[in-house]
Design a binder for this molecule. Structure first.
Ligand SMILES: [Zn+2]
Length: 253
């Protein structure tokens, strides 16, 4: 079995047997991988005390084609990202990004997608708690774009016509984004949105400075993103991390 050493981020982790863990990784060189880390529940040199969610490092993998669960012999953590776990706004946003990666990425190598994830997690870790939600939204839309289904924002997603200024916009997840009024009639699920919402998403996609959102605006953006992502899932699965991120009122006492 060939040994592959690749940069990787831990997206999901659970205990397996008394001593091992199973992890889902985003890797730079081998896409998404499920791996068994034998002995990782015990303190060891091979895995250290790392392997926390969102931690980043070099994963040493034995890959065998056709196998769903690969073997990870060691993980050299370079960045534990403990600041994400220490704040619920950051944590729930990062968990939604992880869910997005787990649902859509494959074991094909995609360095651009991997780096987009890494930069998004770095930005969430560095964001003040009151900006963590918007920072997570920006990262999620960039991952959506890298996955190949960026939303139509300035031309109709169906007929490709440019929107005349002042025309009401309809956001239609199944239609690939914003549609003109004529095309939107075919989709009862369309939702009218202000042009400023499109401008904000476009700024996030271009990594430009976006307006500061209040909580109500941020939640409206989260709903739009969730509906858009959900419409691209073939099997209609629930987006559990997205729902916790959107509805969890962590400040309630
Ligand atoms: Zn149209």
């Amino acid at each position: 079995m060939p040994l592959l050493s690749t940069d990787a981020v831990v997206l999901h982790s659970f205990d397996y047997s008394e001593s091992s863990r199973i992890l889902r990784l985003a890797t730079r060189d081998a896409g998404a991988q499920s791996v068994l880390a034998r002995g990782a529940r015990r303190a060891s040199k091979k895995f250290g005390s790392a392997l926390g969610l969102f931690s980043q490092g070099v994963a040493h993998l034995y890959l065998k084609s056709g196998r769903d669960l690969q073997t990870m012999s060691a993980f050299d953590c370079t960045h534990a990202r403990t600041a994400i776990g220490g704040d619920l706004e950051r944590f729930t946003g990062a968990a939604a990004l992880a869910e997005l990666m787990l649902l859509f990425s494959t074991d094909e190598s995609n360095e651009d997608l991997y780096m987009t994830l890494v930069h998004a997690l770095d930005a969430i870790e560095a964001a003040p708690p009151d900006l963590a939600r918007a920072t997570s939204l920006a990262g999620a839309w960039r991952i959506v774009a890298e996955l190949g289904f960026a939303p139509a924002l300035d031309v109709c997603g169906t007929c490709q016509t440019l929107f005349p200024v002042g025309q009401p916009l309809q956001f239609v997840p199944e239609g690939g984004g914003v549609l003109c009024a004529r095309c939107a009639r075919a989709y009862p699920s369309g939702r009218p949105i202000p042009a400023s919402v499109c401008a904000t998403i476009a700024a996030w996609l271009l990594a430009e400075e976006a307006p500061v959102l209040d909580l109500r605006e941020a939640r409206a953006h989260q709903r739009l993103l969730r509906e858009f992502v959900h419409s691209h899932l073939a099997d209609g699965r629930a987006l559990r991390a997205f729902e916790v991120w959107e509805h969890g009122d962590w400040n309630a006492t």
